[in-house]
Design a binder for this molecule. Structure first.
Ligand code: ZN
Length: 350
């Protein structure tokens, strides 16, 4: 099958987009929490390829090049500015290698730019610096031949606009995702639906939200955006139990924690007990699809099994769907006649 573009796939149906490389590689032990710089593409390329592959096999139609935080400012902080370009190019090349392995239809490869954390609405120079950081990363994406750019986790509308302008200037399709902090609006005062509308009118192919919020506290805003925009809508929450009181994963308490943790909050290294489960994720994915979301996935904290739940919940099959849960032959829960009855009787008491 010939490889369809992102626009073609969105017009045909739902596109699955697995994200969350930062947390997943930290969890596997190949990335340092704190600075959170994706040096893994240069230091352990096989590990990164394996995570790309795991997410693609779980249903992702897109292999997102892991260049989150691989911008000039972060590389400066860790004293490795000289590795900036090789790191970006390598992350994209590895993504392309894995995308080509897809057995049905070659996956799309997305370049990735994101919140810079140096954007200051009051400081014109910061805006110019942000633009230059985006421009150089998009330039490498263009040269390496990505299919589109995912610009994401922007909590300033204006920073998202700069990203969009630079992506469009490079003549690439843009998916722009916004991330809202606890004040439930963009930090420069725009509502998220207002920001999405402006981004769509300015030429973004997909607009929506990613990161920071779990399904419960992202979905209400997705529904507001759905009423405001006409085109393709994206949603990639984090798989955690965020609440109205604690709408983001930055301030999520863990009532069950029995020890002192080194950070004031469970974010970013103690969130494990606060996951939503894969069935809750599936319920959310159905709601999101019903609200009009057709660019769907998960962000920080996602596992391949969770991504597969999203894939199947929206009516698609993953390469690894043949390993999806089936309890028929399970010693406690199964219905197979040859299973031992004394175990079955033990169900619920084990
Ligand atoms: Zn995230």
């Amino acid at each position: 099958m010939a490889k369809r573009s992102l626009a073609e796939r969105l017009n045909d149906g739902t596109v699955i987009v697995a994200e969350g490389y930062l947390f997943e590689l930290e969890r596997r032990g190949y990335l340092q929490a704190g600075s959170f710089v994706p040096e893994v593409s240069l230091e352990n390329p096989e590990v990164l390829k394996s995570v790309y592959r795991d997410f693609m096999y779980a249903g992702s139609d897109v292999v997102l090049a892991f260049t989150y935080n691989a911008h000039r400012e972060k590389m400066r902080i860790i004293g490795k500015e000289d590795q900036l370009e090789p790191l970006n190019r390598q992350a994209i090349r590895l993504a392309k290698e894995v995308a080509a392995e897809h057995p049905n239809e070659e996956a799309l490869v997305a370049g990735n730019i994101s919140n810079t954390n140096i954007f200051d609405p009051e400081d014109p120079q910061s805006k110019e610096d942000v633009r230059m950081m985006f421009r150089e990363m998009i330039g490498w994406c263009k040269e390496e031949g990505v299919d589109f750019i995912a610009g994401e986790t922007f909590y300033y509308h204006e920073e998202a606009m700069i990203a969009l302008e630079e992506i469009l200037a490079a003549d690439l399709p843009a998916a722009i995702m916004l991330a809202m902090m606890g004040e439930n609006q963009m930090r420069d005062g725009y509502s998220v639906e207002e920001s999405c509308k402006i981004l769509e009118d300015a030429g973004a192919l997909v607009v929506g939200m990613n990161c920071f919020r779990g399904p419960a506290t992202m979905q209400p805003y997705i529904e507001k955006i759905a009423k405001t925009v006409k085109g393709h809508l994206g949603a990639l929450p984090v798989p955690y139990r965020t609440t109205e009181e604690h709408p983001t994963f930055f301030n999520l308490p863990d009532e069950g924690c029995t020890c002192c943790i080194p950070t004031e909050t469970t974010f970013p290294t103690s969130l494990d007990p606060l996951y939503v489960n894969r069935y809750e994720i599936a319920e959310w994915a159905k709601e999101a699809k019903a609200a009009g979301v057709n660019y769907i996935g998960l962000c920080c904290g996602a596992s391949p099994a969770m991504i597969r739940s999203v894939t199947e919940a929206v009516g698609l099959e993953a390469i690894n769907s043949r390993y999806s849960p089936d309890m028929q032959k399970h010693f406690l829960f199964g219905s197979d006649d040859t299973l031992k009855q004394h175990n079955q009787a033990y169900r619920g008491k084990a």
